[in-house]
Ligand binder design. Structure first.
Ligand code: HEC
Length: 147
C-alpha cells in the first residue's frame, strides 16, 4: 500500500508539471494508472471503430484486419513499449498539453481555454470519450509492445 501511494505521488507530481488538469483530476488519473482498470478488448474496439475513436483516420498500427489506415500520425506499433500508461493517457486525453498545434482531437474534457471552438450544440462541453473509455483505450495501447 505504501509503495502504491508513493507511485501515485510520483506520477501526480509528473503530471502536475504538464499543468492543464486540476489537481483532483490528476490524482484520479494517476490512481487509475497505478491500479489499471481499463479493459484492453473494449479499448481495441474503440480504437478500431471509425465511428467512435476514429484513431485510424490518422494512425496506422498492427491491425491487419483494418483497411485504409491513416498516415497523418506516427504508427501505434510498439507504442506500449515507448510510452507508459500516464504518457499514453496524456496524449489521448489532450494531446495539446504536449503539442499546442496538434491536430489530434482532445478525447477527454476540453480545457476551458478551448471552449470557444466551433462545436455543434449537442456536443458542446461533452468529452468525445468517457473516463472509462479512455481507461480502456490506454489499457489497449499498453498491450501494443511489439515493434
Ligand atoms: C486527426 C488525426 C488524429 C486522430 C484522429 C488521432 N490522432 Fe493520435 N496523433 C496524431 C498526431 C498528428 C500525433 C503526433 C503528435 C502530435 O502532433 O500531437 C498523434 C500522436 C499520438 C500518440 C503518441 C504517438 C507517439 O509515437 O508518440 C498516441 C499514443 C496517439 N496519438 C493515440 C491516438 C489514439 C488512441 C487515437 C484514437 C482514440 C488517436 N490518436 C487519434 C493525430 C491523430
Amino acid at each position: 500500500v505504501v509503495l502504491r501511494m508513493a507511485a501515485v505521488a510520483v506520477m501526480a507530481i509528473g503530471c502536475a508539471a504538464l499543468a492543464a488538469p486540476t489537481p483532483a483530476q490528476t490524482t484520479a488519473a494517476a490512481a487509475r494508472d497505478a491500479a489499471p482498470s481499463g479493459d484492453a478488448q473494449r479499448g481495441q474496439a474503440i480504437v478500431l471503430d471509425r465511428t467512435v475513436g476514429l484513431c485510424l483516420l490518422c494512425h496506422s498500427g498492427p491491425f491487419p484486419s483494418e483497411r485504409f489506415q491513416g498516415n497523418l500520425a506516427p504508427s501505434l506499433s510498439g507504442i506500449g513499449a515507448r510510452l507508459n500508461r500516464a504518457q499514453l493517457r496524456d496524449r489521448v486525453e489532450d494531446s495539446r498539453r504536449l503539442n499546442p498545434a496538434s491536430i489530434m482531437p482532445t478525447y477527454g474534457p476540453q480545457p476551458a481555454s478551448t471552449a470557444d471552438q466551433r462545436v455543434g450544440q449537442a456536443f458542446d462541453g461533452k468529452p468525445i470519450l468517457s473516463a472509462q473509455q479512455i481507461d480502456d483505450v490506454v489499457a489497449f495501447l499498453a498491450t501494443l509492445t511489439a515493434p
